[in-house]
Structures are given as C-alpha cells and as structure tokens.
Write a new protein. Structure first.
Length: 245
C-alpha cells in the first residue's frame, strides 16, 4: 500500500501538522538522548579527572599511560568506538545493551577531552597553593582533593560548556547501534513520509538548538556564580584547542 505524502499534494501546512503529530514521540525519544548525555558526561568527568591528575602529578610512570589513553580516545572516531564497544564483545559471546555500549564509547571519548580541560585548569592554579597546603601539614592527596580540585572544576566551566555542546550532538550517533533515540524516530517518520525528510530533520535541528542553548545558558549562569575573582584559565576552549601542546 502506497503511503500518501502531504508534500506531494503541495500542502505544506498539512505536512507540518503531520510532524506535529509525531512531536510527542520525538520529545519522548529525546529523553533517551538526555539520559545518554548525562551518563556519558558523568563517565567522562570521573575518568577525565583521574587522567588529568595522573598527567599533572603522576610523573613519567603514570603520566605516559594517561597520555596514551587520552591520545587514543581522541584519535578514534566516535562512530568507530560505538561499533567497537557494541559489536566487539559479541565476538566473545557477550551481549551489551545499546545504551550501555554508547555510554562507555562516548563517555571514554569525552573523558579524553575532559582530561585536557581539567589538566589546563589544574595547571592554572598557582603552585604556591599546593606548597602552602603542604606547609600546613596536609598530605598531597588531601591538598589536591580539598584545595586544587574545587578550584579546577570552577575554572574549567567555560571550556566544559564547549564539551557539552559537542557531546550533546554526539548522542544522536547512538542510533547506529540500535538505540531508540530521537534521530532513529525521525528515521521512522521519513520511512513513512519520505517527502517529509527535510521537515523532520529541521525539527530535530531546532530541538537540538534549544537543548544546546539551554545547556550553555545554564552553564554560563553557573560559571558566573562560581567565578573566582582574579583567577582564570587563559587559552582554554575545550575541543576547539589542543591543551596538550
């Protein structure tokens, strides 16, 4: 049975009405993207912080493996990582849910970028603060946790907002491993109404414009609230600049 298309009849308003009818489903699918975004950012934050600390304080013995980790995950395309994490375990008889595979693949990749953001923030803090903490009897670990990291996280917010803008779009790549996120649902619409493809993907674009703007505005507000007067991290722009150079 051939599916009629509103666009073929030249009725653009009816085409918009069709997309509007699917909007609740698209927004429901967007929740999967948001959940994936939060999960991969959490993974990236945890691992990226450790990698940054190893590069700054780990010496050559721990710094070199940390550098190799960061270099590897920044070099491999996100889509390739998704396939490796999803299809790779199947070769050993292990099945990983698409959401978990996407979280690991994109989270590890994000951790490599976040590690350079945090490394730049840590190195922007005057060394005298560590010396003062040690002179007060603090151990190196306690000084890092209590003095260095709180300031580093606040300094990294401008660059971290750039990372947010990047990974929020990366979540749509998860459709390639079968995750029922918003882009996959848009594909369902275009398979039924093939002439509505442009309108469907324009709707997705507008949704992500709003999501990205809202996230950046929130991070900008948080940055202003947590700004440290007289202390800033110059020359850091997340994925826009290589902090390892």
């Amino acid at each position: 049975m051939e599916v009629s298309s509103p666009i073929e009849k030249g009725i653009v308003i009816e085409g918009i009405a069709v997309i509007g009818g699917y909007l609740p489903d698209l927004l429901q699918a967007l929740l999967i993207n948001v959940q994936l975004l939060l999960a991969l950012l959490a993974v990236g934050l945890a691992i990226g912080t450790v990698i940054a600390l190893l590069q700054v304080y780990g010496g050559r013995f721990l710094g070199v493996p940390a550098f190799l980790y960061e270099w590897a995950f920044r070099s491999i395309p996100a889509l390739v990582l998704l396939f490796l994490f999803y299809f790779g375990p199947l070769q050993f008889g292990v099945s990983i849910p698409p959401f978990f595979a996407a979280t690991l693949a994109l989270g590890f990749r994000s951790s490599a970028y976040q590690s350079q953001i945090f490394r730049g923030a840590i190195q922007a803090i005057p060394q005298g603060q560590m010396m003062a903490a040690r002179s007060m009897g603090m151990s190196r670990v306690r000084a890092i946790v209590s003095i260095i990291l709180p300031q580093a996280f606040r300094l990294s917010l401008p660059a971290w907002s750039n990372e947010f803008s990047s990974v929020v779009k990366d979540t749509t790549l998860a459709y390639a491993v079968g995750l029922n996120e918003i882009l996959r649902h848009a594909r369902f619409i275009t398979e039924r109404y093939y002439n509505l493809a442009m309108l469907a993907y324009l709707t997705i674009a507008l949704i992500f414009l709003v999501l990205t703007y809202s996230g950046n505005w929130s991070l900008g507000w948080l940055e202003k609230r947590l700004r440290i007067p007289g202390l800033e991290m110059a020359g850091v722009s997340g994925r826009g600049r290589d902090l390892s150079k």
